[in-house]
Design a protein around this ligand. Sequence first.
Ligand code: SF4
Ligand code: SF4
Length: 487
Amino acid sequence: MKNIKPSFYNVIAPVEEEKEYLIYNVLYGGLEILNYAQGQFFEQLNNGLIDYEELSEQEESLVNYLYDKGFVVDSVRNEQNEYHVKYLAKQDKLYDRDEASINLTIGTTIVCNMGCPYCFEFVKPNKSLNSVENLHAIIYYLEDMIKKSPVKKWRSVNVTWYGGEPLINKRAILNLTPLLRSLCERNGMVYNANIITNGILLKNDNWQLLADCGVQNVQITIDGPQKTHDKNRPLKGKNKEKPNYFQILENLQNIPSTIKVSVRINTDREVSDSIDQMLLDFQVYQLWPNLYKQISFNPAWLRTYEEANEEDTSMRFDVDEFFQFQQDFRIKQVKIYNKFAEENGLSLGKLNWKLPELQDECATWVSPYSLVVDPDGNVHKCWETIHESSEAISHVSEGFDLEKHRKFMKYDRVELNDICVSCKYMPVCEKLSCSHQAEKEGKPECTWWKTKTEDSLVAQYLLLKHNPELIVAPNHLTAENTGHSNK
Ligand code: SF4
Ligand code: SF4
């Protein structure tokens, strides 16, 4: 047996407790369980310590099996190059393609009613999208884009209302929605809308407004229970003394049936220590699991923004802590849900496997059909520059100009630096998907998959072995990146 080699993208995770091995391929997503002897053999093979000419019959049959599964490949292959070629072919299709959607993020205002110390938008010029000319110019820009592009079928306009706190200028949402809806009708497109809000203003009338304006998904942020939330996300100025955390929970009780809410939890050590209290509050307010079809949690690793000049960042997680938090939080959720399900005669829930996913680049940055519009009508290619008009590429009144998008479309994660190019986690590295950060830093912080894939595989496998009622068998998925919300 010759002319073969192990795949560059293999990950090998011994499961000492079970005397077994898990092997995983980062690029193809294959996952196999080997017995201990097979695992040790494969580990040696992967480390180049096996002579292919001297395999026993049993070993040869295992190698053949692993060849079929992509863990062993022909030695002439250059998998990294193959990945790059496919990647470039996909990037090449950003403009000239048969079908496309428009991702439009609109900053209705830069003003916010919270003063979160970690917020990158620490400099907030007092600007809101009010000018009727600019509202119409947004429609003109999109029509111009549709007219000038080679796309044959336009699928949808996906709007995200953003800020500051976008509901401070709800007039912009009210005024722009009918214009966007009729643009969709004229062009046979579906209209989808989301909002990112801190949740304080989600009173009944605003829920109704969002439902009427076709908003289907709301992302709010709750950083743990009252103690941590109100400290990390304080209300500003004359609102300082008003209820904050509990006001948001009350607001969530009135969520319309057409809307889904994703609760982002920016997590650090303090939030993690008190997360049980937050989950309890959600139960007491009959929000979750009661409204499990509408409300879900999305923990995020609270990072440090240099620009925010925070005084104390000592509570930030390291990689191991965030990894452990995520594992524990998932298990906590499924246990609470299953207790609720039993009491209410519902089917029990199980966790899905969390595996590295192939990453697309941030569509806001790379796609010429994605844009962020600031309150002055400037066009940006990134959510994080919305407060900085000098970073804008054009103004909506100028119409669509492909040339302005070109340098963003050229982003290439493989060419970024000398370190990432030889990293097997590159195809699944979500840190490289944020082109803004990647280009700014040259080499961003590594994805936690780089150090935690083996631990994650083993932890989920042991859970499957010992608590099969809590987790399903693994299933690999590919994520689609529609913009900053994947961050
Ligand atoms: S993911 Fe990165 S590049 Fe994309 S909008 Fe957010 S900050 Fe900008
Ligand atoms: S940032 Fe780190 S994990 Fe991501 S590709 Fe580069 S070296 Fe690998």
